[in-house]
Design a protein around this ligand. Structure first.
Ligand code: PHE
Ligand code: NA
Length: 457
């Protein structure tokens, strides 16, 4: 981002924004979360619903949210305040901004813990611990991490320090450069992993698991999880893309940009799935293993492939970096808001936000060991059986992000003046009509439909 002379700095170019937004979108959601929730929800049918949600809900909301951010040029809270005033819309829409600041705070609290796991695995890979290890040894390695709150807390803290440091320094320039080589490299390493998966003898079964829909294995909650993940993976509904959009120069083609980002994001997730499930089947592991899935499968792959020590180390470094570039985007709405509202410096905002989020994250650390079976909200229907990590993940990914997306689609589609929308998006003819139709009807009814289905099922 270049610090131009006006009050609100801008990204240096469309490309810089694509990099930053892709850096936000591609992360643990693609490589860690997508495979494990796909495994938990039975595969193909879940993937199909997820892809439909990306297309009909994710992309339109990504376009709308970025556009609102650019129009408002403030933090999500400030942007919504400004836009409701200038568009003559109800001040209720401002909840979109608040939902964003609160949800991005919560999401970072657990994301940083998993980010810590990826840091630990850089060390494991580099020390050669994967080489020749069997499923038991790899399982024990992961189990050892989970059962040690002290170790998890250490790596979680280190991850947060990295994130706060980058956000505080505002070292976007360096970051933009880092992402230019991070993404292609990550892509290559995923291809290496897919190549290995092809040699396991179970590649076909992995492909079938991912792409052959069996709707009998998909529950109503599975549909909600697919919707939630479409939002999670594109970083939408919680003000992150609004915050990033606020730095986007006028004249950049938002729809085209959003399509590029979504395509990259989906490809990374599908490659991760193709790399992981053949290994799951070849090694007789459980697809529904849960949050540990990639940490129990990929080390096996690295342990057996030629050059696995090198590839494994590089892979976990890239995973950690992808997690960092997403995590800094989560801190952005919080810091932008603190700067704007509380008038405090970027450094203080990043520190204050970071420390508070880190503290809340301890609840997630303990959710994998001593508080694993503590279910604080068990008295609320739908929250029984969820520990603190489960509650945060469910609230943010499956409630706040999709509902934030719903509100954004409704606001952009119905409350914004048509001239404003046309000016910002510069779509023409039937493309414009189609987009408007999707944004006004398909997206909101799709989200509402998933919620209704869950309430009634
Ligand atoms: N999209 C990121 C991922 O897939 C996660 C994220 C969620 C980032 C919400 C920002 C906001 O890893
Ligand atoms: Na993603």
């Amino acid at each position: 981002m270049s610090s131009s002379s006006n009050a609100h700095p801008l990204w240096s170019s469309r490309f810089a924004f694509i990099l930053a937004a892709t850096g936000s979108a591609v992360g643990l959601g693609n490589i860690w979360k997508f495979p494990y929730i796909t495994g938990e929800n039975g595969g193909g049918a879940f993937v199909l619903v997820y892809l439909a949600c990306i297309l009909l809900i994710g992309i339109p909301v990504l376009i709308a949210e970025t556009m609102l951010g650019r129009r408002g040029r403030q933090s999500p809270v400030g942007t919504m305040q400004k836009l409701t005033a200038s568009e003559g819309a109800s001040s209720w829409w401002r909840l979109i901004g608040w939902n964003g600041v609160i949800a991005s705070f919560l999401v970072l609290s657990f994301y940083a813990v998993i980010g810590g796991w990826s840091l630990v695995y850089v060390g494991h890979a580099a020390s050669g611990e994967f080489l020749g290890a069997d499923t038991d040894a790899i399982g024990a390695l992961f189990g050892g991490l989970l059962s040690s709150p002290g170790a998890m807390l250490f790596w979680h803290s280190l991850f947060m320090v990295l994130v706060v440091f980058i956000v505080a320094r505002g070292v976007r320039e360096g970051l933009e450069k880092a992402i230019t080589w991070l993404m292609p490299l990550l892509f290559v390493l995923l291809l290496v992993l897919v190549g290995y998966a092809m040699t396991t003898g179970e590649f076909g079964r992995g492909v079938a698991f991912l792409f052959m829909p069996d709707f009998s294995s998909l529950t109503a909650e599975g549909v909600l999880v697919a919707l939630g993940h479409a939002a999670f993976t594109l970083s939408i509904g919680i003000g992150v893309m609004m915050a990033y959009g606020s730095y986007l120069p006028d004249g950049v083609n938002i729809p085209k940009t959003a399509l590029t980002i979504a395509l990259l994001d989906v490809v990374v997730a599908l490659l991760a799935g193709l790399a992981i499930f053949p290994v799951v089947f070849a090694e007789g592991l459980q697809a529904g293993e849960g949050p540990g899935l990639i940490f129990q499968t990929l080390p096996l792959a690295f342990g057996q492939m030629a050059g696995g020590g090198f590839f494994g180390t590089l892979f976990f470094i890239l995973l950690a970096m992808a997690a960092v570039t997403s995590a800094i985007s989560m801190l952005e709405p919080v810091v932008e808001w603190l700067e704007e509202r509380k008038g405090i410096s970027r450094l203080k905002g990043a520190l204050l936000g970071g420390v508070t989020i880190w503290f809340v994250g301890i609840g997630t650390v303990l959710s994998f060991n001593i508080w694993a079976d503590v279910h604080p909200l068990a008295f609320i229907p739908g929250f029984d059986g969820r520990n603190i990590f489960g509650i945060f993940d469910f609230m943010v990914s499956n409630l706040m992000m999709p509902l934030g997306g719903l509100a954004i689609a409704l606001f952009a589609g119905w409350a914004l003046r048509r001239e404003t929308l046309d000016q910002e998006l510069a779509l023409q003819g039937s493309t414009r009509d189609l987009f408007l139709f999707v944004l006004r009807y398909v997206t909101p009814l799709g989200i509402a439909g998933v919620f209704l289905y869950n309430l009634l099922a």
